[in-house]
Write a protein that binds this ligand. Sequence first.
Ligand code: ATP
Ligand code: MG
Length: 162
Amino acid sequence: MKTEEVGDTRKATLMACAVRAECRYGSHFAQAFLGEKWIPCAPKNVASARRFVRDVAADWEVDGEVREIAELLTSELVTNALSHGSSGVSARDAIRVTVSREKELMIVDVHDSCVAIPRMRRADYLGVSGRGLPIVQNLSHNWGWTLNPAGKSVWFQLLAWP
Ligand SMILES: Nc1ncnc2c1ncn2[C@@H]1O[C@H](COP(=O)(O)OP(=O)(O)OP(=O)(O)O)[C@@H](O)[C@H]1O
Ligand SMILES: [Mg+2]
C-alpha cells in the first residue's frame, strides 16, 4: 500500500469513529446504551447496583425524584434476581444491570441466568413478602421481562426526559 493510501485509510477510520461517537453519545441521540454493571451474586452488592443506576441517571441529568425512584426499583429487581433468579449459582457468578435510553424513557434491565419468570403474587395485606413487583408496577411507566438464551432480564421504564 502506498503512503498516501495509508493516510487515506487512517482518515477514513478516524471519520468513522467520530460518526459512531456522535451517533452513540451526541446530544440529539435519543436512543442509546448508557451503561452496564456486573455485580457478584451477594446481597451486599445491591447497594452498588443502586449507586450505579443513580450515577448514570445523574450524569444524564435525570430529575432528582425520578433518580430516587430508579434507585428504589433497581433495588427491588436486583434483590429479586439475587433471591429468586440465582438459585444454584455461586457467589462468583454475576448479574448484569444495564441502563439505556429510548427517546424520553430510561430503561433499567436486570439480567439473571434463571428462566423462571417473575409472578406478581396475590395481595396479602398481612404478608411480609410479595411487595416488590407491585411497587415496581405502581412507580414505573412500564415493566416486564424478556427471556434470552442466557436466562432473562426483568426491566422497568421511567419517564426520565419528558
Ligand atoms: N428475577 C426473578 N426470577 C425468578 N422469579 C422471580 C424473579 N423476580 C420475582 N420472581 C418471582 O415473583 C414473585 C414476586 O416477586 P416480589 O418481588 O413481588 O415478591 P418477593 O420478592 O417474594 O417479596 P418482597 O419483594 O416483598 O421481599 C417472587 O416471589 C418470585 O416467585
Ligand atoms: Mg422481591
